[in-house]
Design a protein around this ligand. Structure first.
Ligand code: SF4
Length: 419
């Protein structure tokens, strides 16, 4: 995926393909740290939700006519808890309504307690080819401490079932910084995950999100592994996974070569996607928009004709340039001068000066191909570093450069160099 580079002149304009995201907002129970839009105890609305999704897909499809779809992602919530029959019906509808490419990556998020061999086999046969399993930890006490609905043993069984069902692209999610977790326990979870031989691993630091039961526990005095401990766990993980053959490709993501998540990469590469379901976001047709975070409101809005739009904005080119910095610097692909200037008409010099300073601190590096990217130590403080770069760009008053940049980069290549 990374490491290959064409010279700017040899880049053929590539038509952006489309990703589809389906949000399944149902869970067996709520985990203490979770602030995703997901609900426990609302299975009574699953059938109505299915009708709403199918109707929403049908009414949206004409807008995407002629655009190939190369990734589909069922996330949540817990898609596997929704039942394989509904999932297969949704995928069949997508195949019928959209221009789904042969070889498209089709991911299902699943929890170990809501999959079994028979269901996985049916899903695989229906076309799902990537499974992302919420393992989180190999330590029973850590899972219980945040009220995860499964045991480590169920994870092992789910992995075995997935392999038997011929899923050849398996991802495991892990969380570091869980209540009571020590470095040794974290290492044991990573080692256990490696022993299951997945193709992909996501490792997230636990965050105390507002309004969650975990936040209440912390306010009541519970002490969690602190930032320094989380940093130690993170840096150890990056090195360990690299040695195990899973190089890092994004702040929290690691994959065997060829197995980076194509769907998630499209978010970081600013490629278009359409989301369906309450709280789902889209970036399509130059607009970014999201649907209401309200299951009943979404179902009624779609089926009875009310509004389901929560937010909508047209994205000016300048903001796309900011997004490019923010999102690309999350990846090891990083940013590059020509790419930035030609796509967003902004001057790279103020950024490069600052990146040189980050490099002196060990937070950034410039690759042989001339791309700037953050190091693992830089990823640890990526929010501050990226915020600093955006501020530099703002202060540089790049607007003055816009006319010149436009002329320089909008000139057709076969008309010779700019005078
Ligand atoms: S299973 Fe996932 S989506 Fe559901 S409550 Fe737990 S963390 Fe949130």
């Amino acid at each position: 995926m990374f490491g290959h580079k064409k010279s700017p002149a040899s880049r053929a304009p590539e038509r952006d393909k489309l990703g589809i995201y389906i949000h399944i907002p149902f869970c067996r129970s709520k985990c203490d740290y979770c602030d995703f839009y997901s609900l426990a105890g609302r299975e009574d609305r699953m059938d109505d939700y299915q009708k709403a999704l199918l109707a929403h897909l049908a009414e949206t499809a004409p807008l995407a006519k002629g655009i190939p779809v190369d990734t589909v992602y069922f996330g949540g919530g817990t898609p596997s808890f929704y039942g394989d029959k509904r999932l297969r019906e949704l995928l069949a509808a997508i195949e019928k309504l959209f221009e789904l490419e042969k070889g498209a990556e089709i991911t299902l998020e699943a929890n170990p307690d809501s999959v079994d061999f028979k269901a996985l086999k049916r899903l695989r046969k229906a076309g799902f080819n990537r499974l992302s399993l919420g393992m989180q930890s190999a330590c029973p006490a850590e899972l219980e401490a945040v009220h995860r609905p499964h045991s480590p043993r169920q994870t092992d069984e789910a992995v075995e079932a997935a392999k038997k069902a011929k899923f050849k692209n398996l991802s495991l999610d892990l969380i570091y910084g869980l209540p009571g977790q020590t470095m040794e326990e974290w290492k044991a979870s990573v080692e256990h995950a490696l022993s299951l031989i997945p193709q992909h691993l996501s490792c997230y630091g636990l965050k105390v999100e507002e309004g969650t039961p975990l936040q209440k526990r912390v306010e009541a005095g519970e002490v969690l592994p602190d930032d320094d401990q989380q940093a130690d766990m993170y840096l150890w993980t990056v090195g360990r996974l690299e040695r195990a053959g899973y190089p890092q490709y994004e702040i929290s993501n690691f994959a065997k070569p060829g197995f980076a998540s194509r769907h998630n990469l499209r978010y970081w590469q600013l490629k278009p996607y359409i989301g369906f379901g309450p709280g789902a976001h889209s970036d399509f047709g130059g607009r970014r928009y999201s649907w209401v975070r309200d299951l009943d409101g979404y179902i009624d809005g779609v089926l009875k004709g009310g509004t389901i739009l929560d937010s909508e904005e047209l994205i000016p080119q300048r903001e796309r340039g900011y997004e490019y910095l923010m999102l690309r610097l999350r990846t090891v692909e990083g940013v590059e001068e020509w790419e930035y200037r030609s796509a967003y008409f902004m001057d790279f010099a103020p950024l490069e000066a600052r990146l040189e300073e980050f490099k002196a601190q060990g937070w950034a590096e410039k690759t042989e191909e001339g791309r700037w990217r953050l190091t693992p130590r830089g990823f640890l403080i990526s929010n501050q570093l990226i915020g600093d770069l955006l501020e530099r760009q703002e202060r540089a008053g790049f607007q003055d450069l816009l006319p010149r940049a436009r002329e320089q980069f909008s000139r057709p290549r076969d008309q010779g160099p700019a005078s």
